[in-house]
Design a protein around this ligand. Structure first.
Ligand code: IPD
Length: 285
């Protein structure tokens, strides 16, 4: 199981770049929606499927004993203890519309708890060893290795000094289901007057990497899936940032907050106060 971190970073970068090239060069003028998932606006394109197929095939060659958890193809357990967590296109709606902010995200994780119970790796218990978020449309490649730092291309990343919350540019994202969006809109209405501004860029993986790069001061989102955050959360942490959930819990589907530790603590307190992980009403109150 214990491949050196540097080797896992190389594998992540290699497969993310290959899949990214396939998806970027193969983009039709107007990609067609191949299927919908949790709602009519939660879409999969043929390229999501082709990208994940390529990643799975290349990982089977390069790391045959490892497991894979992919957004489109689900969980295939391995025997090595390492599982690759893959988002074949993060930012599918941007990809659909020809907006540049989409990425391929590939991470190697170890999760002894989940593995012992025969489950897929889980952000609550996993350790991310290596990750790559590759953005083909603008050529940015983020990589991180546990204990080995985070890089944008060759450049080592370090979070800039943090500004007070009212001068923070805060990224967020929304789910695909109406009840979740109602709850998210309520929180956003309270947050927007308290910060510099809000960005909804449309790729959680790139937003998290944006925090590491200094393009966003903070990021938060309810409803992130393991593949949205696996690689990018290591990029933030290895750049010196914090990635966490609310109420003392680790980052995960209930909430993910990322940025410099002091500012994250402030945003976490506000989100807790706003009950940002609370009930999601079926209709506006
Ligand atoms: C989505 C994007 C989006 C975020 C959603 C994710 P997908 O991933 O990361 O920015 O707000 O929560 O589901 O569906 O494009 O892979």
């Amino acid at each position: 199981s214990s491949a050196p971190v540097a080797e896992l970073v190389d594998v992540a970068r290699t497969v993310a770049r290959e899949a990214g090239a396939l998806v970027h060069e193969g983009r039709p003028d107007r990609p067609e929606v191949a299927a919908t998932k949790t709602s009519a606006v939660d879409v999969v394109t043929a390229m999501d499927l082709a990208s994940e197929e390529l990643v799975r095939a290349r990982l089977a060659e390069l790391r045959p004993a490892d497991g894979v958890l992919g957004e489109e193809g689900g969980h295939r357990p391995g025997t090595s203890g390492v599982t690759w967590v893959v988002d074949p296109i993060d930012g599918t709606v941007n990809y659909l519309y020809g907006i540049d902010a989409w990425a391929v995200s590939v991470a190697a994780v170890v999760d002894d708890v989940a593995t012992a119970e025969g489950r897929a790796p889980d952000p609550a218990t996993w350790r991310v060893l290596a990750g790559c978020v590759h953005s083909p449309a603008d050529g940015r490649t983020f990589t991180a290795g546990a204990g080995a730092g985070a890089h944008l291309g060759e450049r080592r990343l370090a979070l800039p000094p943090s500004a007070p919350l009212d001068r923070c540019l805060v990224g967020t994202g929304f789910g695909y289901v109406a009840a979740r969006r109602r709850a998210q809109a309520r929180v956003l209405a309270e947050l927007l007057p308290r910060v510099r501004d809000i960005r909804r860029i449309g790729s959680a993986a790139l937003d998290l990497c944006g925090v590491a790069q200094g393009r966003l001061d903070l990021y938060y989102e309810r409803g992130l899936q393991p593949w949205d955050m696996a690689a990018a959360s290591l990029v933030v942490q290895e750049a010196g940032g914090t990635v966490t959930g609310l109420r003392g819990r680790p980052a995960g589907p209930a909430m993910t907050v990322a940025g410099p530790a002091a500012r994250v603590a402030e945003l976490v307190a506000l989100l807790e106060h706003l009950d940002a992980d609370g009930p999601e009403p079926e209709a506006a109150a």
